[in-house]
Write a new protein. Structure first.
Length: 292
C-alpha cells in the first residue's frame, strides 16, 4: 500500500544573514475565502546580536494589517506597508513578531507577500530580502436560493358507497328464555380474604450521584509577557499587575501576567502594563503548557 505525505497548509521560509542571524517567516493558512484572515509570524534567532532592527512587509492590495505581537517593537501600518521597528532587539537568543492580514477587497486569485529585514551589527547596516509567499484568495460562494414549486390540485368529493342489501349478514338475537337458562348454569365463586395480612412494601431510596466534571483537555490560555531578564525579579517590580509568574528558559526568566481562556481579557492588561513601564508588553498563547 502506498503511503502519501500530507503537507501542512502553513508555509515557512528561513533566511540567514552574514552574521548568523536566522529568520523564519510563516503564513497560515495559505488559502482563504474572500473576507478571510491570514496570520503572518516572523521568528528571529539573533545569537547575541543587539541594537537597531526593522521589518518592512509589502501588504498585498485588498488587505489591511492588524498588530498581534510586535515583540516590544513599534508596529505601524500605512501606505500599504507594515513596519515593525526595534530600537533595541529584544533580549534572549530569539524573538517572535506576529500580525494579521484581513481581506477587505474584491480581488481574488494568487496574492504575493514580500518584505525586507534590516539590522545593525558593528555600526554596519545590513539589509536582506525575505522570500515572497503566494496566498490564494477564493471567491466567496453565496448559497443558492431554494425555490419551492406548489402545484394546486382540485379537491375530489368522496362518493359514499352503496351497500347492497343482499351483502348484509343477518344478526340473530337469542330468545329471552335461552339467556335465563345460561344464567342459571353459571358458577358462583366465593372470594375469601387471606388469613395472613400482606406486609406493605416500602419504597427503597436510591441516592443520586452527580457526575464529576472532567477538566477540558487542550485548553488554550492567553497571557501577557512583561519582559525577559537574566535573573529573578522581586514581586514588587511588577506593581499591582495580576497573577505575576515566570517561566525559566535556559538562563532567561520570562515574566508573565494573567492566565485567561479569553483573548480579550488578556489584551485588556496590556495598556495597564505599558502604563507601569513595561512598554514592550505583548500577548502570548499557551496550549498544553507550551507556548505556541
Amino acid at each position: 500500500m502506498r503511503k502519501y505525505l500530507v503537507l501542512s497548509v502553513m508555509l515557512t521560509c528561513s533566511v540567514f544573514s552574514g552574521y548568523a542571524i536566522k529568520i523564519t517567516r510563516s503564513v497560515f493558512p495559505n488559502e482563504i475565502t474572500a473576507g478571510g484572515e491570514i496570520v503572518v509570524s516572523l521568528t528571529v534567532e539573533k545569537e547575541g546580536v543587539e541594537g537597531f532592527a526593522k521589518l518592512i512587509e509589502n501588504v498585498p492590495e485588498g488587505f489591511k494589517a492588524v498588530e498581534l505581537n510586535s515583540a516590544t517593537g513599534n508596529f505601524i501600518f500605512e501606505n500599504g506597508k507594515v513596519r515593525i521597528i526595534w530600537l533595541t532587539i529584544p533580549e534572549g537568543d530569539s524573538y517572535k513578531a506576529e500580525y494579521k492580514l484581513i481581506h477587505i477587497g474584491t480581488n481574488t486569485g494568487s496574492i504575493k507577500l514580500n518584505g525586507k529585514f534590516f539590522y545593525v551589527k558593528g555600526d554596519k547596516r545590513t539589509e536582506f530580502t525575505l522570500p515572497a509567499f503566494s496566498v490564494k484568495v477564493k471567491e466567496k460562494v453565496e448559497p443558492k436560493e431554494l425555490v419551492v414549486l406548489i402545484q394546486e390540485t382540485e379537491a375530489v368529493e368522496a362518493v359514499e358507497a352503496v351497500v347492497e342489501s343482499e351483502l348484509v349478514e343477518e344478526i340473530i338475537i337469542p330468545e329471552v328464555e335461552e339467556i335465563k337458562d345460561s344464567l342459571a348454569e353459571a358458577v358462583i365463586v366465593e372470594v375469601v380474604e387471606p388469613e395472613t395480612p400482606v406486609e406493605e412494601v416500602l419504597p427503597i431510596e436510591v441516592a443520586t450521584v452527580e457526575p464529576k466534571e472532567t477538566p477540558a483537555a487542550n485548553v488554550l490560555f492567553f497571557k501577557v509577557q512583561l519582559g525577559a531578564y537574566s535573573s529573578e525579579k522581586p514581586q514588587s517590580t511588577f506593581g499591582n499587575l495580576p497573577d505575576i509568574h515566570f517561566i525559566k528558559t535556559g538562563n532567561i526568566y520570562k515574566y508573565y501576567s494573567g492566565k485567561f481562556t479569553n483573548e480579550a481579557s488578556a489584551r485588556a492588561i496590556i495598556p495597564e502594563a505599558q502604563a507601569q513601564g513595561f512598554k514592550g508588553a505583548f500577548l502570548v498563547r499557551f496550549k498544553d503548557g507550551k507556548r505556541i
